[in-house]
Design a protein around this ligand. Structure first.
Ligand code: PLP
Length: 396
């Protein structure tokens, strides 16, 4: 019997429902053709990066010193890139942050791991709200912490504050939020953020230590109908923002994001050092240097997110007409309707009979729902309604 780390081995061997669906999809694509498989399983952006990304990459490759362009930057990221990101935060949110308070991270995943490992002492708790991105549990436990899950507010996918306050305790080190949300597509309203901030201020004072807010925001730029996503540090200074351009610029494979540690954060220098030190110990230093620069130069651009909004409109209306209950997503490229039977695992398994690949809500801590990733060509979203109709008819 091998003597490797059991937790790591367990994670490496775990079957993933999404990967299983992916493999099933590949098999069906070979049998019936890609256009007849409705793969709503994975959150891979379906629209290309804006032309500014390619233009900037090409220009940098042509103009920059050919050795420096691929060389190491400083561990916390290229200084000029951090300056540009700080400027962009100032411009977008009217919020001043020093470039030295930014840590360029290996995507939002690297940003989250840097924050969690930097903040948590063994056994400390992090509160997460369902439905949640399942990697949070892996990241929190990997950092030695314990995840406390608050059940979902399924009516609006905001925060169930009553349940939240019942779980907050002196052992709570941090609260982790994700808005716009994967999987519900909900955007936390300004009221929600304000109320959350007030509770965290009150409880930090009561317990005599800071409760950090970690705001995971890879979908911040993908909001519809002019909905504004609040800049959380403006409401609560002890917020660590974890951002990435994976979704906004359709660059998930380039692995660039950042952690912002607001200048006003209590013990700012210690917290920044802890994030940097934790990232270092995880090997998350100097993310890909060309794309640090490209992302910083295109910080406020986005891919054509109108495609996601169009798909949302088609699917929300189409599914409601078929009898599904669905909170309308305000952002991301996910929706999270209720399944037509309580058993979401059985429901998603049955959906495969109609070549519909959708993910059970149980994995997101919210049974009785299913996640539909509508980052697909619009004509595929349209044609999928026929398959959804057959699925609905099966349960009539
Ligand atoms: N957080 C959420 C909510 C996500 O959905 C994802 C990716 O899908 C991540 C973090 C990781 O993002 P990145 O690819 O930038 O590491």
């Amino acid at each position: 019997m091998s003597n490797v780390n059991k937790r790591a081995m367990g994670l490496g061997m775990q079957r993933s429902i999404i990967r299983d669906l992916f493999e099933f999809g590949m098999k069906r694509v070979a049998e019936v053709g890609a256009e007849n498989v409705f793969d709503f399983s994975i959150g891979n952006p379906s629209v290309p990066a804006p032309s500014s990304v390619n233009e900037t990459a090409i220009r940098l490759l042509q103009e920059m010193d050919p050795v420096a362009i691929h060389g190491y930057t400083s561990a916390q990221g290229d200084k000029d890139a951090r300056r540009r990101i700080a400027e962009s935060i100032g411009k977008s949110f009217g919020y001043t942050i020093s470039p030295d308070s930014l840590y360029i991270a290996t995507g939002a995943a690297g940003a989250l791991c840097g924050c969690l490992n930097g903040l948590l002492n063994p056994g400390e708790e992090v509160i997460v709200f369902a439905p949640y991105f399942p990697e949070y549990k892996v990241f929190i436990e990997g950092a030695g912490g314990k995840m406390q899950l608050i059940p979902a507010d399924i009516e609006h996918f905001q925060i169930d504050f009553e349940r939240f306050e019942a779980v907050l305790s002196s052992n709570t080190k941090a609260v982790l939020i994700n808005s716009p949300n994967n999987p519900s597509g909900a955007v936390y309203s300004e009221d929600t953020i304000r109320r959350l901030a007030q509770i965290l201020k009150d409880k930090s004072e009561e317990f005599g230590h800071v409760i950090y807010l970690i705001s995971d925001e890879p979908y911040r730029a993908i909001a519809f109908d002019g909905v504004k996503v609040p800049w959380v540090p403006s409401y609560y200074g002890n917020t660590l923002v974890c951002y990435s351009w994976s979704k906004a610029l359709s660059l998930p494979g380039e692995r660039i994001g950042y952690v912002a540690v607001p200048d006003e954060m209590e013990d700012h220098d210690e917290v920044y050092a802890a994030v940097a030190g934790a990232s270092r110990s995880l090997g998350y230093v100097c993310p890909p240097s060309l794309f640090q620069r490209v992302c910083a130069m295109c910080a406020e651009d986005t891919s054509d997110i109108s495609v996601y909004e169009t798909n949302r409109n088609i699917l929300v209306k189409g599914l409601r007409d078929l009898g599904f209950t669905c909170v309308e997503p305000e952002g991301t490229f996910y929706m999270f309707p209720q399944t037509l039977i309580p058993d979401d695992l059985a429901f998603c398994e049955k959906a495969k009979d109609f070549d519909l690949l959708i993910v059970p809500g149980s994995g997101f801590g919210c049974p009785g729902h299913t996640r539909i990733s509508y980052c697909v060509p619009t004509e595929r979203a349209e044609r999928s309604l026929e398959a959804f109709a057959k699925l609905a008819a099966f349960y009539k």
